[in-house]
Design a protein around this ligand. Structure first.
Ligand code: AMP
Length: 218
């Protein structure tokens, strides 16, 4: 599980980890953005909260996560969580959903607020595949995604007002989640102010110092 402020790099690192270990990447924010783009009732409802920087209500999040985690053999094969749990209710609810399956590690991606503000202000995302770019690191051709050719644009919730609200909610709602996993004895910190590659290397070292996910049978 990756925890950390908006702009800490959870999405980027979670998708790298999922690819590296060939496991499912569950990103609730991506699920809501996809549902909103598809115009489903759930997506449109979620979008009305997201665009203002509010959390989507727990009843909606709980249903989506249950469905996702119970699909296929995700619980036995393993998964990486990104953007979930966001509050204490969700953390407790996740324990119930896992029903005896073990959470191995919760990593807090530590990064100073000045850095996340710079990252979010310049963040641009592919509207098709979700690949991340920045004004300082644009795609090769005129805001067309290098990976899939989709349109690269600013997220609707990366506006100044929504970002301030999201950071406030992070302090109020998500910091207690960090405390929750500290008490459970599975919390670790990684300095996420560094370059993407370096952070990824630290994450892999951390994971493999705890256990080898490729050989352990779970
Ligand atoms: P993210 O992509 O993780 O930054 O999430 C974008 C937005 O989706 C958040 O600001 C929330 O509005 C919503 N969201 C994502 N995950 C959750 C969650 N676990 N609980 C509530 N809202 C969420």
């Amino acid at each position: 599980m990756l925890l950390g402020k908006q702009g800490a790099g959870k999405g980027t690192q979670a998708s790298r980890l999922a690819e590296h270990y060939d496991i499912h990447h569950l990103a609730t924010g991506d699920l809501f953005r996809d549902a909103a783009a598809a115009g489903t009732p759930l997506g449109l409802e979620a979008k009305s909260y997201m665009d203002q920087g509010f959390l989507v209500p727990d009843e909606i999040v709980d249903g989506v996560v249950d469905e996702q985690l119970r699909a296929d053999d995700r619980m036995s094969r393993g998964f990486v969580l990104d953007g979930y749990p966001r509050n204490r209710h969700q953390a407790e609810r996740l324990d119930e959903t896992l029903d005896g399956f073990r959470l191995d590690l919760a990593v807090d991606l530590d990064v100073p607020t000045e850095i996340v503000l710079h990252r979010i202000a310049g963040r641009r995302v592919c509207s098709n595949c979700g690949a991340n770019y920045h004004l300082d690191n644009p795609p090769e051709n005129d805001w067309t995604c290098d990976v899939c050719g989709g349109q690269v644009e600013q997220r609707d919730d990366d506006t100044a007002d929504a970002v301030m609200r999201r950071l406030e909610l992070y302090e109020m709602e998500t910091l207690p989640v960090i405390q929750y996993y500290r008490r459970a004895g599975i919390l670790a910190h990684v300095d996420a102010g560094a370059e993407t590659e370096e952070v990824f290397k630290h994450l892999v070292e951390l994971i493999e110092s705890r256990f080898d996910p490729r050989i352990e049978s779970r």
